[in-house]
Design a protein around this ligand. Structure first.
Ligand SMILES: Nc1ncnc2c1ncn2[C@@H]1O[C@H](COP(=O)(O)OP(=O)(O)OP(=O)(O)O)[C@@H](O)[C@H]1O
Ligand SMILES: [Mg+2]
Length: 312
């Protein structure tokens, strides 16, 4: 589906060039950019911009589809094993495509470790728990370690060099940059066989940039926009999206869990599956699915080791 912009009705060579120089190089990108933004970006009327984005959505089938088409799309749903049986069981077979899976927990609970592991696991063929696909790793905190990928790949019997080649890495420096990087993934997800997109962490830029209550609304709007982009990406390309999130203290809670995930309702509603991680003795970690109507309450125990995430 590497469609040329010129396959869109109303886009000739000149308009295609204009779009490209504004950074819109694929039909998928055109389909998801808000019309108002496009009109400002390339200096056309909002009405004209709307027509173009609408045409792109039609080409990609982003508007109405029949229930049969939806059923076919759902039947392509795939799973990526975490490499840990207990975790896979908790998740109903692993990390699902066409969904956003969120890992939330305090520092050191293993969120980044799980991300590394999944970036390797997705590369295996289906019978070995993967999707024969490649991973995108967007790192907002600078904690991605290729050395860790090599370790995990070796342990799993994957050529470490190949494993590294199959991960597209980007360090993101602020929330605008993060959104831009996500837009870019639309360009190559299909042609490069990307099956997993990781954002570690989704929330850190926003927490750093939007301080104070008066900035809460714009911050939440932007996170919302990001999450919707991610969900569309997951749907269109049959990709699994994994995000990590931090916990916030709730000073007003005296009983029960005194912390909650950052990002509020926007993240809560946007994530398809939410997994809470907490520490236990001897590098053990406990995972629990929360906020899920379709998963039974349950917990899984795993361990962080030199080999990655493993069963205890
Ligand atoms: N090679 C390794 N072998 C064993 N344990 C490791 C290895 N690398 C990291 N760890 C362990 O993993 C834990 C860190 O987990 P991780 O970095 O995934 O946490 P996190 O949830 O991402 O935290 P943060 O919120 O700070 O990003 C540490 O306890 C560390 O000791
Ligand atoms: Mg981390």
């Amino acid at each position: 589906m590497d469609l040329d912009l010129r396959s869109i009705k109303g886009i000739g060579p000149a308009m295609a060039e204009k779009l490209k120089s504004a950074g819109i190089t694929s039909v998928a990108e055109l389909a998801v950019i808000p019309a108002r933004e496009l009109s400002e970006l390339i200096g056309i009327s909002e009405e004209h911009a709307f027509k173009l984005t609408q045409a792109a959505r039609e080409v990609l089938g982003l508007d109405f589809i029949t229930a049969e088409e939806y059923y076919n799309r759902r039947s392509k749903l795939g799973h990526i094993s975490t490499g840990c049986r207990a975790l896979d069981e908790l998740l109903g077979g692993g990390i699902e495509t066409q969904a956003i899976t969120e890992f939330v927990g305090e520092f050191g609970t293993g969120k980044t470790q799980i991300c590394h592991q999944l970036a390797v696991m997705v590369q295996f063929p289906r019978e070995k728990g993967g999707l024969s696909g490649r991973a995108v790793y967007i790192d907002t905190e600078g904690t991605f370690r290729p050395e860790r990928i090599i370790q995990i790949a070796k342990y799993r019997g994957l050529d470490p060099k190949e494993a590294l080649k199959n991960i597209f890495y980007a360090r993101s420096y602020n929330s605008d940059h993060l959104l831009l990087l996500v837009d870019k993934v639309f360009n190559f997800a299909q042609s490069e066989n990307v099956k997993l997109v990781i954002i570690d962490s989704l929330i850190s830029h926003f927490r750093a940039e939007y301080l104070g209550r008066e900035h809460l609304a714009p911050r939440q709007q932007k996170i919302n926009m990001l999450i919707h982009k991610l969900q569309r990406m997951a749907d269109i390309f049959n990709i699994a999206v994994v995000i990590t999130n931090q916990v916030m203290a709730q000073p007003d809670v005296f009983f029960g869990n005194p912390s909650r995930p950052a990002g509020g309702n926007v993240v809560a509603h946007g994530a398809t599956y939410r997994i809470w991680l907490r520490k236990a003795k001897e590098m053990r970690r406990i995972a629990r699915i929360f906020d899920s109507p379709s998963h039974p309450e349950g917990e899984a125990v795993f361990r962080i080791s030199d080999e990655g995430i493993v069963d205890v």
